[in-house]
Design a protein around this ligand. Structure first.
Ligand code: C5P
Length: 224
């Protein structure tokens, strides 16, 4: 394998309601992070997995994953991008491709990891898995009055894993002053192209309580 997967897993998950850090919440008896790492480790391209854990849970996460896959665990930061930077710092230079994957997208199939990695290997600097937008999207003002309807055919909903030539991701992080919600956003600011590949409905981000119910049902389906 030539790929390092960096997993930001240090978020509190407040939108899920009170409880443990999101990556450690249980889905059918196992933490989201365990579901995620099992799938990442099954991808043939993957040579290294680095988890950015909540600082108080670094040892617990290491123990939790001991029987799942070989992983490196670092302490995450207050912002997602700080967590990614902390994990990126321990990826050795010989791994030329880095994928950044949210622990919250814990049911992402192996095929998506391989598609993103293969597209970087073919020469793309940055690759994101996307889905078409199904809802009609309105732009509104601060009084919730509609300003207009956005042409959804030109919009994409973005998932993870996002894949990068390692040097490009390092440069993007070094240059990013203000915060961004995804790593490809930092690459866009460098003026470099970001390529889209098909994502997967199974790569949904567990964010709100209903997502847990959906994910539990998805686990009952045959593996893709
Ligand atoms: O909050 P959100 O769902 O956008 O978080 C996306 C991912 O980033 C989650 O896997 C979360 O654990 C991670 N994260 C992190 N460090 C933070 C905030 C979020 O690793 N400080």
């Amino acid at each position: 394998g030539d790929v390092a997967v960096v997993v930001p897993a240090a978020g509190a998950g407040l939108r899920l309601g009170p409880g443990a850090p999101k990556a450690l919440r249980l889905l059918e008896g196992e933490p989201l992070l365990v579901h995620a790492v099992r799938r990442i480790a099954a991808a043939p391209s993957v040579a290294m997995i680095v988890i950015a854990a909540p600082p108080a849970d670094v040892d617990a996460v290491h123990t939790l994953l001991a029987d799942v896959a070989p992983v490196t665990v670092v302490a995450g930061g207050a912002e997602r991008q700080e967590s990614v930077a902390a994990a990126l710092a321990v990826v050795p230079p010989e791994l030329g491709i880095v994928l950044v994957h949210d622990a919250a997208r814990c049911l992402t199939p192996v095929s998506v990891f391989e598609r993103v990695a293969a597209t970087v290997r073919d020469g793309a600097d940055a690759v994101i898995p996307v889905l078409p937008v199904v809802d009609t999207i309105k732009e509104v003002d601060d009084t919730e009055t509609v300003l207009g309807t956005v042409d959804r055919s030109a919009l994409r909903a973005v998932q993870t894993p996002q894949g990068f030539r390692a040097s490009v991701l390092r440069a993007a992080h070094a240059a990013a002053a203000d915060s961004h919600t995804d790593d490809a956003g930092a690459v866009e600011k460098l003026g470099l192209p970001v390529r889209c590949v098909p994502g997967s409905d199974l790569a949904l981000k567990i964010t709100r309580p209903m997502d847990m119910a959906v994910a539990a049902h998805l686990l009952t389906l045959p593996a893709p």
